[in-house]
Structure formats: structure tokens, C-alpha cells
Write a protein that binds this ligand. Sequence first.
Ligand code: CTP
Length: 436
Amino acid sequence: MPAASPARRPRVVLGVAGGIAAYKAVEVLRQLTESGHDVRVVPTDSALRFVGEPTWAALSGHPVSTGVWAGAAEVAHVSLGREADLVLVVPATADLLARAATGRADDLLTATLLTARCPVVFAPAMHTEMWEHPATRANVGTLRARGCVVIDPAVGRLTGADSGAGRLPAPAEIAALARAVLARAGSAANANGTGLAAGLMPDLTGYRFVISAGGTREHLDPVRFLGNSSSGRQGYALARAALSRGARVVVVAANVALPEVAGAHTVRVVSAVQLRAAVHAEAATAHVVIMAAAVADFRPVTRAAHKIKKSDGDPEPVALVRNPDILAELVAARQPGQLLVGFAAETGGPGADLLDLGREKLVRKGADLLVVNQVGDGLGFEVEDNAAVVLGSDGTETVIGRTSKDLLSHRVLDLVTARLAPADGSVIAVSDSTRR
Ligand code: CTP
């Protein structure tokens, strides 16, 4: 058997267009080089008006040029794109999106975009009016239809005093999204032992996901609550993985202290009742709902308006009432073609086998897939790694050994994708490219 080729550093081309957010691309570059990526920076001429060539060259460790004439002997405008594992454009301005959509090749970055045969991710940043203009919407729609990932910008403070949609997401989160794209390519390559696989193009373009994450809190009074230790890491990793494969993603986040996933629309909730309302509102137009949140089964019957004081007297037992089972409700109200995925974090116990509990839960909930994972003893909540067995309503049982939450997410999404291609094509249509 031939030896597997030694692992090489994943190659990223970081394209930088001429917008004020170019300064944030410096941090994206830093994050990617620190996590061991080989990054070649390709700025446009106007990007260099914001951040100079020495910064890009020093931080990437590679020479930098903007045009196709420098280093002609290396034919850089062809080789850079061909050899890249990922092309990431930060920030993507309205002008750059327009040039990419129309296939221009009048500088090194646009030429590289034409020769790239690897995943391409654009992180746009511009003023709200430019982002919302029909011309930009059409260009974004064209690029997405061609298999590029164009993430939605964040909503917030823009260059001046104004605020709205158009802000570049946090650089660390853009770098995390890039790693999620590469994790998928890396995992496929590891499976066949051939080094990094190019050509794992987005397979979830046009699909809309709703993913709940974190853990609900059921308040006894304004400062005390019944809660759980779910950090939201697994749900956020799933959101990142889905986005990296081209999906539009709404995250319903219950008490998650992590930075928002770049490109996702995040709805923040606290209690199970709030989570239920947010998930149902978003699920009506979703192809896939993944309930990764740890939802409290019970809530206090009453919530004190003021902090309960010792001086109020000896405590009464806390009376609880059952919370609605959101996943079961989603199953009952399922849209045609919609896929529903549950999570079951179990500790097992005396006479209680983890998988038997999972199999029983899958039937009871009626979901299509149930991701069963063991929690406690350094697994599950608040840790970087996870392991799971995914049970399918079709009787399949897929073991995913201990791995990063990013890779586990891709494995779960592989199972989702395999079930998302109905022969009759009856998936929910998302036709408007402007919808989130
Ligand atoms: N879930 C839900 N609504 C609830 C409780 C749980 O939608 N009120 C979802 C979770 O998000 C998860 C799945 O159901 O996807 C399983 O959650 P879990 O807490 O393991 O199941 P329970 O039904 O609460 O069963 P038990 O606590 O008895 O194990």
C-alpha cells in the first residue's frame, strides 16, 4: 500500500479588496498563519491605500503583488488559484463582488478567482445602501448560484456614525469559518489518504438551516435560575459548518457567551418558552432544523418580581411546571421535505445503556436523526472535542469517534445532506436571494 503523502500546510489565498475593513483582514491573516496555514495575500490596488504591502508581506512571509505583470515567470495569476485549498476574500467590496460576478480578470485577485478550483468564500463589508442595492443583490445571487460562499455581513456600527447591515464580522470568526471549510476538505482527504482534497464544493447552497444552541435558563427571580452547563460550542460549530457549505443559517442562541458565528443571523433567547417561539418562527421556512440546545424540561411555576431574600422566611419547595417539547412540536408541524435533527446528551447510568436511551428517544421524538453523545468525564459540554453515535429513523447507526466539534459537525451534515435530496424535488423553495 503506498504511504500517505506527508501532511502539508493548507494553502489559503487571502484576497483583500479596497474597503476600510481591510485593516481587519490583517487580523484574519494573523489568525490563519498562527493556526499553521500557508497564506498568500492578494490585495487589490485600492486595498493598498488602506493597508500597505509591507504589512501583508511581513505577516504572510510571502511577496505580495496586485497585478498580473509582477513575477510573470511564475504565472502567478494562474498558479495561485490552481494551488489554493481555499480563496477567502476579506473584505469583499461591492466593486469586487461585481467584478467577480462578471468574470473580470483585470488584476491578480480577480484572475485568481477565475483560476481557483477550490472553495471560495467572500466576506462582504460595505455601507447598507450598497449591500441592499439590487445590483449587489444580483451579483451576490450570481456568485452563490455558482457555488461560492458569500456570507451575510453583520449588522452594527459602520465607518461613520451610521449603523446597519454591512459590517465585517469579527476577524477571529471569519478565520474560524475558513478553518471549517478546510476541516471538511481535510477530513475527506484523510479518509482517502491523498493529502488535502480540492473540489469539495458547497453542497448546501439554497438550503436554510435553523440551529438552536446553548442551554435555557428558567428564572426563579431576576438573578437566580435553573440552568445547565451547555456552552453552545457544538451548535455554533454546526452553524459554522453549514455556512461553510453554502447554507443560510439562523442560530437561536440560549445564553451563549461565545462570539457570534460569522455570516449567521443570531437570535438571542433565555428561557425554553422564548426559544420555542423563536425556533417556531424561523422553522416555518427552514429546510433543516437542528435542535442542539439543551432545553430545560421544567420551569418554576412562578418567577418572583424581586430578588428572593433570606428575610422573606424559610424557603418553600420550588413548584415546577413542564416545558413544551419543542422538537416533538416541530415533528408534529413538519413542513413537507423538512428534516429534523435532535441531540441527546446522556450520561448513561446503572442499567441504562446510552444507545438504548437514544433509540427510545428517537422513536419518542419522531426526529429524522438523533445525535447521541455522552456527557460528563471531559466529554460533551464546555470542551472542544466531542464523540457521538447518530441514529437515523431509517435504522442507520453511524459512529463518530472522538474528534473536534467542527469535524463532528461536518459528519452530521453529511448525514443530513444525504437525506436532503428528495427524488420528487419537494424541498421548501427559497427563491429570494435577499432573504437571510
Ligand atoms: N428538546 C426540546 N424541547 C424540550 C426538551 C428537549 O426540543 N423541552 C430537544 C433537545 O433540544 C434535543 C432533544 O429534544 O434535541 C433531546 O433532548 P433531551 O433533553 O435529551 O430529551 P428529553 O426529551 O428532555 O428527555 P430526558 O430529559 O428525559 O432524557
